[in-house]
Design a protein around this ligand. Structure first.
Ligand code: NAD
Length: 483
């Protein structure tokens, strides 16, 4: 009888993972715990030389990895998922410290990670046959690109990377993961877990300073960059990738509208929308960021929303009851402080919260805030706050609210809430966004593509579309006539 493999790793030191080995860098850096503002562990500072070396290893690992069948690669991915799962509690604890997630939030992210890992391993690239006649057969098949790079933000430091890594590997690419300098730790540990099951060089992780992303987007031997982050950085990534004609997928910011019709069950829908607007303290691309409520139910709905959000508890990574954790980093906290300062300056009316005072050395905690019917052109409506501050706005005419929802440059997601589902669908189908939802929001699945329209992105991750995004389509002709 063989004993179960030992997939446990220690969560005490954090190093780059190159060629399945832990590699020390000459310099190191530490990030700040968002709950305590104390420095966390040392982490690598990757140099250009380190990047060149890791890319050459990834490139060398590609031919053997692409030669495996999809089923063989999927077998590796299933083992990898088992190995991640064996370290679940350690990852939740780590997300608490590096990302500011209370246990509920860390558990939520780990749930996403495991679902993405397990379900992606079940997907397969399929060939298409646009012609299969006596004369000839034409096949469209999808062939891997080579070395893929995933550039990941700090808000979901594990799940957003796993949603790139697993499809990239399944499609036959090798992969280098670059975490955000604000949250480097969990990616390095995932790669360390990966080194227990994957062939060397197939998955590597490199962490460093702000200059690391540009080193990777400029590298001539990187074939594709899949980026998740802000729209501004996304534009820079695309420009850098143009020089070497890299393939790019961009998952960028959002300013999702929710349109609430006058026939909804108010307490039920207010509770759902409260969760979807405020979960992870508003630091999710797909949080509801503008709540349009029909004027007939506006006052009642606003009261119900406020009552629900008031019940959400704030706490740090030790607090199992906490819904709101801190903002993940000082840069984002400073941006929010500037936005909160506009409440008085612009005379916005608050239905909840308002003031934002920084407690010295006690973490980046922010007051949950609801703004009552601000002007449509105000910053709180037009910008993506990425924090727990949300505007509620009045509407009365379908066409008008559709225009207002579509007026944003962003187009990540949008939802309509209606008891009359046919009416809800009629509105939803006119919304300009990569995901549209009726009576839900933030509904995602590994077998369904996810991405943004307009300034919210280019291309999609996940599902068949996401898997194909890690490939070049190839037209493959076979002539049947004798030579
Ligand atoms: P960011 O754009 O500042 O950074 C994202 C990543 O890009 C980090 O790893 C960073 O180090 C790297 N980077 C920075 N400059 C770079 C450059 N010039 N070249 C290459 N890489 C570079 O974003 P952030 O603040 O970490 O994340 C918050 C933003 O991400 C929000 O706008 C949010 O809406 C968006 N987001 C989008 C999605 C989505 O799926 N659409 C998901 C989560 C977050």
């Amino acid at each position: 009888m063989t004993s179960a493999p030992d997939y446990k790793i220690a969560f005490t030191t954090f190093q780059n993972v190159v060629n399945n080995e832990l590699v020390k860098t000459t310099e190191t850096r530490r990030t700040i715990c968002p709950s305590t503002e104390e420095p966390l562990w040392e982490s690598p500072v990757t140099t250009q030389e380190d990047v060149d070396h890791a890319v050459s290893i990834s490139k060398a690992a590609f031919p053997a990895w692409r030669k495996l069948s999809q089923d063989e690669r999927a077998e590796y991915l299933v083992k990898f998922a088992d190995a991640i799962e064996a370290n679940t509690q350690e990852f939740i604890d780590l997300l608490g410290k590096e990302a500011g997630k209370p246990p509920q939030g860390g558990g939520f992210e780990m749930g996403l990670v495991m679902n993405l890992a397990r379900e992606t391993a079940k997907l397969r690239l399929k060939e298409e046959k646009p012609e299969d006649s006596d004369d000839r057969t034409a096949i469209v098949r999808y062939v891997p690109l080579g070395v893929g790079v995933g550039i990941v933000p700090w808000n979901f430091p594990m799940a957003l990377g796993v949603g790139k890594l697993f499809p990239a590997l399944l499609a036959g690419n090798t992969f280098i993961w670059k975490p955000s300098p604000y949250s480097p730790y969990s990616a390095l540990k995932l790669a360390e877990v990966g080194a227990k099951v994957l062939p060397p060089g197939v998955f590597q992780a490199l962490s460093g300073e702000d200059n690391l992303g540009p080193m990777l987007t400029a590298h001539p031997d990187v074939a594709k960059v899949s980026f998740t982050g802000s729209t501004e950085t996304g534009k820079r990534v695309m420009a850098a990738c143009a020089t070497t004609l890299k393939r790019v997928t961009l998952e960028l910011g959002g300013n999702d509208a929710a349109i609430v019709c006058d026939d909804v069950d108010i307490p039920n829908v207010a509770a759902k929308i409260a969760f979807l607007a405020f979960v992870h303290s508003g630091q999710i691309c797909m949080n509801i960021k503008r709540i349009y409520v029909h004027e007939k139910i506006y006052d009642q709905f606003l009261d119900a929303l406020v009552a629900v959000v008031k019940q959400f508890k704030t706490g740090d990574y030790t607090d199992a009851e906490a819904f709101f954790g801190p903002i993940q980093n000082s840069m984002q906290f400073d941006k929010l402080q500037d936005l909160y300062a506009q409440i008085d300056k612009q005379g916005w009316k608050t239905a909840l919260g308002g003031a934002l005072e920084k407690r010295e050395g006690k973490g980046y905690f922010v007051t949950p805030t609801i703004i009552d019917n601000p002007p449509e052109e105000s910053r709180i409506v037009v910008e993506e706050p990425f924090g727990p501050i949300v505007p509620v706005l009045k509407w009365s005419d379908d066409d008008d609210v559709i225009n207002r929802a579509n007026a944003s440059k962003m187009g990540l997601g949008a939802s309509v809430w209606a008891t009359d589902v046919a009416h809800g669908r009629q509105i939803a189908e006119q919304l300009e966004a990569g995901s549209i939802w009726v009576n839900t929001h933030f509904e995602v699945a590994p077998h369904v593509p996810f991405g943004g329209h307009k300034h919210s992105g280019i291309g999609m991750d996940w599902g068949d579309v996401g898997l194909q995004g890690w490939c070049n389509p190839q037209a493959y002709w076979v002539k049947h006539s004798k030579l």
